[in-house]
Design a protein around this ligand. Structure first.
Ligand SMILES: C[S@@+](CC[C@H](N)C(=O)[O-])C[C@H]1O[C@@H](n2cnc3c(N)ncnc32)[C@H](O)[C@@H]1O
Length: 244
């Protein structure tokens, strides 16, 4: 037991030191900006489905899902379905309990077909509609009503207004000691014109929404340890732990 404790303490100290390493931070920012110009987040699949994530965040989600052992994972923003398949597969590895609910404003027919024919589909349910539509939020609440441990991931439209509304609608579903994960907060830290064809950018993105949300909500706190150890992440200040 002492050896395990020693290992954890050494790790925590190394992460703390790394978190204050300004040179590494600058390199990471430079690398991250460059990676976006190559659409790096589109490079991966999980069990055959495209997943629009950086590998570091995939590992972080694995650690969270193992730790929390949720019986429901809700994600807004499905795209090709890779992240839903990821969560379902991790729940399966964790003992088979739990299910995944995905919401997307448009589930493209080829993606729907591929998700429905995937071996992990038995753990997945899908809702088509806007995540900030009250009737969709009500369906999600119904689905979650008998669940005891809930994790929520927001990865749909990345404007301030949209994410803030999602936070208002879905944060109350997150259970104590679980997480509310808000993706693409990194937009705030990126080059001014990184997304010329998107409605979001500096000053109007998931991070500005998280900061506004946290001004009036004491149930959540930013788990800085996650971003400190990942360094490369799309979710700085986006891993929110539910503390009460
Ligand atoms: C970044 S992708 C999701 C990526 C996916 N979570 C993954 O990791 O592979 C964003 C998705 O959000 C969806 N979306 C955009 N606006 C939305 C809205 N108002 N409600 C729900 N989904 C929305 C888009 O259709 C798109 O599929």
């Amino acid at each position: 037991v002492d050896k395990i404790k020693e290992f954890e303490e050494q790790k925590a100290a190394a992460i703390q030191k790394m978190a204050t390493d300004k040179k590494m931070k600058a390199l990471t920012t430079e690398w991250f900006n460059a990676s976006c110009t190559h659409n790096y987040s589109y490079n991966y699949t999980w069990m055959g489905r495209p997943i629009i994530q950086y590998p570091q965040d995939i590992v972080a989600m694995q650690e969270i899902i193992w730790q929390v052992k949720p019986d429901l994972i809700i994600e807004t923003g499905i795209a090709h379905g890779g992240s839903l398949i990821l969560y379902a597969s991790l729940l399966q590895l964790n003992g088979g309990q739990g299910e995944v609910l995905g919401i997307d404003i448009e589930i493209k027919p080829h993606n729907l077909q591929a998700i429905q024919s995937h071996p992990m589909f038995e753990k997945i349910s899908l809702i088509e509609g806007s995540s900030i539509d009250d009737s969709i939020a009500e369906k999600v609440r119904q689905f979650a009503s008998d669940k005891k441990s809930i994790l929520v991931v927001l990865d749909s439209n990345h404007t301030h207004e949209h994410v803030l509304r999602e936070l208002e609608l879905y944060s109350s579903l997150v259970t104590k000691d679980s997480y509310l994960v808000v993706y693409d907060t990194v937009v705030e830290d990126m080059d001014e014109n990184a997304f010329p064809n998107r409605p979001w950018g500096k000053g109007d993105n998931p991070k500005t929404a998280v900061h506004e949300f946290l001004k009036n909500n004491s149930r959540f706190e930013i788990d800085k340890n996650i971003q400190d150890k990942l360094q490369i992440t799309v979710a700085p200040d986006g891993y929110l732990k539910c503390i009460k």
